[in-house]
Each structure stands twice: as C-alpha cells, then as structure tokens.
Design a protein. Structure first.
Length: 185
C-alpha cells in the first residue's frame, strides 16, 4: 500500500469545477465557521449539536489533526475563495481504510451540488493511486437524506445499519454506514 507519510502535506489543494479543497488552517477559525457549529440547522444530524462551540474549542479540535494522517479539510468557493464547509478524513493506515465526514456549513450553498463535488474530489483522491487507500467508509443518520444521497451518488454501497441508534428531534433513528473500495489492487 502506498499511503503517504504525511497526508496533510500531500493534500496541498484539490480543485474541482466550483470548489477547492485544502487543509483547514487556524485562519479559518472565525465568526463564520464558529456560527456554523452553533447553527441548529447545520448540525441538525451531528452530535456537535450537544455542545456550544467557540474559538478555543475549535482550535483544540484543529490541534488533534497536527502530526498525523487524519485530515481536516476546508471547502472553499473556487472563484471567490470563501469558506463553504469542511471535511474530515480519519485514516487507519495499517488497515488501508479511511472514514470521511462532510459539513457544508454555508447554507446558501445547500442544494447546489457543492457537497457532492467536494465529496467526490476528496474520496477519489484518497482511493486513487497517489494515496492508495483500499476502502473508504462514511455514515449518517437515515433522515439526513442529503448526506445519504451524496454517499450513494459517489458509488458507495450500504454496508450496515444500526437500528434506532440515536435520538434526533425526539425520534429514534437508524444510522446507516456506507463503503466503497478502491478500483486498484
């Protein structure tokens, strides 16, 4: 397997038609980003909804990515450079696997395919020959229809269901887990 020693360095930037992906930096921790983490609609299906976020908590979270293979990725508008959201990639090097997450925090970008484009860019890079991971996984609460569609449209297959695993808005909901294998060896 050809997992690179420092994925943060290898990421540099990935560019799509409308978005650019790059490492999330301390400069990205501002009013806009923190407001997303505290917006009930943005974190509706995330366990982040149970905490209040501020600059300190955001800096502490970013620090957990320093020096390892896990990635914290900024999604920015390719034309104007504005921050639209974030992604995470948690790598298990010895297993050749990665678990990916997505948050499109900028509500004005919802429903425009921004999440799908960012998802495809990062996932294809992680499973491609440059990084060489063998399997990509992700999960979501079943009512998070947008995220489920992103996973399915990217070629991921339903791998597992944890029935009535979490309570969202007073209702017990399933968590669904999807996976995709690399096309290479």
């Amino acid at each position: 397997m050809s997992v690179l020693p420092k994925l943060q360095l290898a990421l540099a930037t990935l560019e799509g038609r409308r978005v650019r992906l790059r490492s999330f930096s301390p400069n990205d921790i501002g009013t806009q980003y923190i407001s997303w983490l505290n917006d009930p609609q943005v974190v509706r299906y995330s366990n982040q909804r149970f905490r209040r976020h501020d600059r300190t908590s955001s800096e502490q979270y970013l620090a957990t990515f320093v020096g390892g293979d896990n990635l914290f990725v900024a999604i920015e508008d390719k034309i104007c450079g504005s921050l639209l959201g974030t992604m995470t990639a948690y790598v298990a090097r010895h297993h050749g696997t990665v678990d990916v997450g997505l948050m499109v925090g900028e509500r004005s970008a919802w429903g425009q395919g921004i999440g799908q484009e960012a998802w495809n860019l990062l996932c294809n890079w992680l499973l491609g020959p440059e990084v060489g991971l063998r399997k990509l996984t992700a999960g979501a609460a079943r009512p998070n229809v947008g995220m489920v569609r992103i996973m399915e449209r990217s070629g991921m297959q339903l791998e597992a269901v944890r029935s009535q695993q979490e309570i969202i808005e007073g209702v017990a909901v399933d968590l669904v887990y999807y996976a995709r294998f690399a096309d290479h060896g």
